[in-house]
Design a protein around this ligand. Structure first.
Ligand SMILES: [Zn+2]
Length: 211
């Protein structure tokens, strides 16, 4: 089975595959020749190709501060309209953290936005829906893509911005990832009223459902 995305996820949400640095697939058990061995490969086609991929490594385990829907009162006030995936630990600050496209699609925005620093927005047709993805706190100097460019699932978009720098608009090193259906172009990270969250998708549910 070909794995084309850096952070490809299984369609059934069973987790990430093929991420660099992970140990390779479990080696095959030494097989004992038997009369039935020729039938053992029929399940290779059981897994359909996944349409979506996590935008960054260790997506689920690094959501330690603000997840989708959480009410926040700090520099910002409101209901968090995405997930924050944290890379502010010393080891992560010392290396580049690549952010990849969640699916085949198109770049619709590459710009600096107050509260985020660098932002990229991508748009995708996934399972019959138009899905817009927002990636915040990026190092724009690492970006070569421009609005209108096409991307493939897992394609490199940008590195995360440096911890507490202009690249992150002073924020810690993390990815703010927002997701919604439609294409109205909004980039806010919070909703003042809880009802406003209905305009957004919970990314963890989205990935668990394979889009
Ligand atoms: Zn955030």
């Amino acid at each position: 089975m070909a794995i084309s995305g850096l952070f490809a996820c299984s369609l059934l949400g069973a987790g990430c595959m093929g991420f660099p640095g992970r140990p390779p697939e479990q080696p095959q058990e030494p097989s004992t020749p038997t009369a039935t061995i020729a039938t053992m490969s029929v399940d290779e086609e059981e897994t359909a190709p996944s349409m979506v991929a996590f935008p960054v490594e260790e997506y689920a385990t690094r959501i330690t501060k603000k997840r989708f829907g959480q009410y926040v009162q700090d520099r910002f006030t409101g209901y968090h309209a995405g997930d924050d995936i944290e890379f502010a630990d010393d080891a992560s600050r010392a290396r580049e953290i690549p952010v990849g496209a969640i699916a085949d699609g198109e770049i619709v925005r590459v710009s600096r936005v107050s509260g985020y620093g660098g932002v990229i927005v991508t748009r995708h047709a996934i399972n019959g829906r138009i899905i817009t993805a927002l990636y915040g706190h990026l190092d724009l100097s690492s970006v070569t893509l421009r609005p209108g460019d096409l991307v493939t699932r897992g394609q490199f978009l940008a590195n995360l911005g440096e911890h507490e720098s202009t690249e992150t608009d002073g924020e810690r090193k993390h990815l703010h990832f927002g997701l919604y259906e439609g294409s109205d172009g909004r980039v806010n990270g919070y909703e003042a009223a809880e009802a406003g969250l209905k305009k957004w998708l919970d990314p963890s549910v989205f990935f668990a459902n394979g889009g």
